[in-house]
Design a protein around this ligand. Structure first.
Ligand code: ZN
Length: 203
């Protein structure tokens, strides 16, 4: 199983990090060892003093595919959820400034939180789905799929030009604004259309 992540898919988040607006999706990956095991806390790694939460809509691939056309992309997934793309921002800034790959800042152990999945037939439209991250019972990030620069089907089509999608692969579709550092004892909860899909403790 692999995790394919999209960066810079929401205008307001691009602006908060002062990034350039991309002309194509920004893509990076996390290995399966990045998945935070269910019921486990997230331990802030020693190599960072600035680990940020990024709440994202995530999609689970249900069918093998390559060179998928956007109009057929909906046949390749039937469940979605929310997850966190934990990012060691201090390390990422260092790597970015040198033009180096981001993996150490993005793909470390525990950096991928995956919520419980919900069948997509429970939503009337995937184009208008709200999601939220709460930290210690306060809303810290709020997103809506209608603000994505590239929609789920376009992303599936795009990434499948480079990587064969396999059953169980997960796509992280990018974070809206509001990313911020986590600290010990924070409790983070992810919601999709008001339904809680994960709850994790920071250590
Ligand atoms: Zn992200």
């Amino acid at each position: 199983m692999k995790i394919i992540c999209i960066g810079r898919n929401y205008t307001n988040h691009i602006e908060e990090l002062k990034n350039e607006r991309p002309t194509e999706p920004v893509v990076f990956m996390k290995p399966d060892s990045a998945v935070l095991l269910k019921q486990h806390p997230f331990v802030i790694p020693e190599f960072s003093n600035d680990v940020h939460h990024e709440i994202e809509l995530i999609v689970k691939i249900s069918k093998v595919g390559k060179y998928i056309e956007p109009k057929f992309a909906h046949k390749y997934y039937d469940e979605i959820s929310v997850g966190i793309d934990f990012t060691a921002r201090d390390l990422q800034d260092k790597l970015k400034s040198k033009g180096l790959p981001w993996e150490k800042a993005k793909a470390f152990d525990g950096s991928a939180v995956i919520g419980d999945f919900i069948p997509i037939n429970q939503f009337s439209s995937l184009e208008n789905i709200t999601f939220e991250l709460h930290s210690n019972n306060q809303i810290v990030q709020k997103g809506n799929s209608n603000l994505m620069l590239w929609k789920i089907d376009e992303l599936i089509s795009y990434v499948s030009q480079y990587f064969t999608l396999k059953i169980g692969d997960i796509i992280f579709t990018g974070t809206p604004e509001g990313v911020a550092a986590v600290k010990s004892n924070d409790v983070l909860e992810g919601f999709l259309e008001g339904k809680q899909l994960f709850r994790i403790q920071i250590k």
